[in-house]
Design a binder for this molecule. Sequence first.
Ligand code: ZN
Length: 203
Amino acid sequence: MKIICVGRNYANHIEELQNERPDSPVVFIKPDTTIGQKNHPFYRPHFSNDVHHEIEVVVKINRIGKHIQPKFAHKYYQEIGLGIDFTARDLQAQLKAKGLPWEKAKSFDGATVLGEWFDKSTFSDLQNISFELQKNGQTVQQGTTAHMLWPIDELIAHVSEYFTLKIGDLLFTGTPAGVGPVAENDRLEGFIDGRSALTVSVK
Ligand code: ZN
C-alpha cells in the first residue's frame, strides 16, 4: 500500500509556513515503512532537531480506481480517521530551498502515526469534520474539513489522475495551522468530531 499526502490544503497553514498558494494540490507519496507500530511511541530521528507534528484527516481507500470523477469519489472510501504526518522541518526547509524532493524529511521510518478508524456514516457532515491535536493536554492544531482548499472528493479525483488507487491506500488530506515541534515525553492526542482518535507519546 501507499500513502498519498496532500500539502498546502489549508490556507492558514500555507500562511504560517509562508508558502505559495498552489494552483493544484501539492502531492507526495510515503511508503508503508513510514507507518509506526500501533501503540508504540514516536522516536524522533537522529538527523533532525526540529520535528513537527502535522495532524490530518485520513481517508482509507476501499476500492481500486483510476480517473475517478468527483461525483463518484465517495464510493471509494468508507472509513475516516486521523493521522500525524511527522515532518523533519529543518531538513525539509533545506530540501525545499534547493528544490529537492521532501521524502527524507517526511517519509522516514515511523514518521506516520495512525489512529482509530470511524465509519463515514458516523459523521454528521463530511464537508465539516472538526478535528484537533492536543499536546500535553493543550490544543495546538485545530481545523475543519470545511476549510480545505480541495475537499476530500476532489482530492481523490485529482490524485487518481496520476496514481491508481488500491484497496488499503491512505489519503492524508493536509494539515491546518498550528504545526510545531515535539520534544521528548510529549503526549499527543487527536480528536475528530469530539472523539478521541489517536494518541502517541514522543521519545
Ligand atoms: Zn502533511
